[in-house]
Design a protein around this ligand. Structure first.
Ligand SMILES: [Zn+2]
Length: 151
């Protein structure tokens, strides 16, 4: 399994992402975008169906989501505005239609993506710990550590 996943990262994989998905991912920080593309392309090859529900957010979008969460209007946690990985483009939210989130999440670490877990099952973000081993990605590394909050 691991070898297949790794070839998904470095090889050119078959399925093409839809224009809508490409447009959504294009708002992300370049490394996060690249890794998320490869991860989703890999899942698509195995028939996984999904919808991206959030990528980069503005401060005001984050404020609205935070307000919805604290008032109980949304079941998904949202970080305080200014503290979300969505605001620097290193996180995305994905709803899976035909697999459980934990199953899709199992593959995420091979693509340097970290799952939000049962607390925030739609949330995936660039894994800062993985970046610690790759300090040459300086901008991403810095953004990662300046925004340690999830949601
Ligand atoms: Zn999220």
């Amino acid at each position: 399994m691991a070898d297949d996943v790794i070839s998904g990262v470095y090889g050119s994989t078959g399925k093409v992402l839809s224009n809508r998905v490409e447009a959504q991912l294009s708002t992300l920080e370049p490394w996060t975008r690249h890794l998320a593309e490869e991860w989703l392309r890999y899942l698509q090859q195995y028939g996984v169906s999904y919808q991206i529900t959030s990528t980069r957010r503005t401060f005001l979008e984050q404020l609205r989501l935070y307000r919805d969460w604290v008032t109980g209007k949304s079941k998904f946690p949202a970080a305080f505005p200014g503290r979300s990985r969505h605001e620097n483009g290193t996180a995305l939210d994905v709803v899976f239609h035909n697999v459980r989130a934990e199953d899709a999440a199992e593959l995420a670490p091979y693509f340097w993506l970290k799952w939000g877990g049962q607390r925030d099952p739609v949330h995936f973000e660039l894994d800062c710990a993985a970046l610690d081993e790759q300090p040459s990605f300086f901008t991403t590394y810095r953004e990662c550590h300046e925004n340690p909050f999830i949601g």
